[in-house]
Design a protein around this ligand. Structure first.
Ligand code: SAM
Length: 240
């Protein structure tokens, strides 16, 4: 049986709730997915879990859905922030998608010394990638994606109780692992050019930062993102 169409709506979801559709949503449901009135699909809004909804009105410019029973409760991810230096556009979108699928609670693009200026970040586009990733992977939570911020500024206002997994490529061959410290965490992945010596010295001076190795080989930034999320989730997250 074809899996049910899943749609993210920025609207409360409750039994009997009517949900109006935008023109784009109507085009996707009725034009692309060919749903008709009476069809049932799944809705998520990032806060109320997943709920069935029936197409009450289908039109070219809009439509109305009626919420039915809840099919899954909200599954919030662990309290994990994911910081990464943007790389080429489509690979940055990949990193955001994997951070959503693998359970980040917040996605924070950061500008580091060697981040290539050509790697522009559009927050609205990355947020749309996060929504799409949640729709496709069956998730019910959509992490907020921040605007690009300077790493130095983010670290200045860092909450002291949050530990930082600093994925440091200079640890090649030195299998430094993740400390077994419960509580709020963050992961930091650098750009194609890695971290500058000044950044590395500064990060290593921070009490909440823990340099961690991702094995004996240099990984591409997008590979490192997946590897770091796997290591953290398995050791301290909700995979254990
Ligand atoms: N240009 C850098 C070099 O050759 O040393 C490599 C940077 S790597 C492409 C991008 C980021 O992935 C790094 O800044 C780091 O955060 C992470 N990374 C890649 N391989 C890693 C490893 N073996 N251990 C820890 N972090 C790694």
């Amino acid at each position: 049986m074809a899996s049910k169409v899943r749609l993210y709506v920025d609207h409360p979801l409750g039994e009997g709730q009517s949900v109006p559709l935008s023109r784009e949503q109507a085009h996707y449901l009725f034009g692309v997915m060919r749903l008709a009135e009476g069809a049932v699909l799944s809705l998520i809004n990032g806060a109320d879990g997943e709920r069935d909804a029936r197409v009450e009105k289908a039109g070219k410019k809009g439509g109305i859905l009626l919420c039915l029973s809840q099919t899954a409760p909200l599954q919030a991810p662990p309290d994990l922030w994911f910081l990464f230096a943007p790389i080429r556009k489509e690979r940055t979108a990949f990193i955001v998608e994997k951070a959503v699928e693998m359970g980040a609670a917040r996605v924070m693009p950061v500008q580091t010394d060697y981040t290539q200026s050509a790697n522009r970040v559009r927050q609205d586009k990355l947020q749309a990638h996060a929504v799409e990733a949640a729709e496709q992977c069956g998730g019910t939570f959509v992490p907020p994606v921040d605007d690009l911020a300077k790493l130095s500024a983010v670290l200045k206002g860092w909450p002291a109780e949050r530990q930082l997994m600093f994925c440091d490529e200079a640890l090649i061959g030195d299998p430094v692992g993740l400390p077994d410290t419960p509580g709020p965490w963050a992961i930091l992945i650098g750009p194609e050019g890695g971290f500058s010596p000044a950044e590395r010295d500064h990060l290593r001076s921070l009490p909440f930062a823990h340099p961690v190795s991702l094995g004996p080989r240099i990984l591409r930034a997008d590979t490192a993102a997946v590897a770091a999320l796997t290591v953290w989730q398995q050791a301290l997250g909700d995979w254990g």
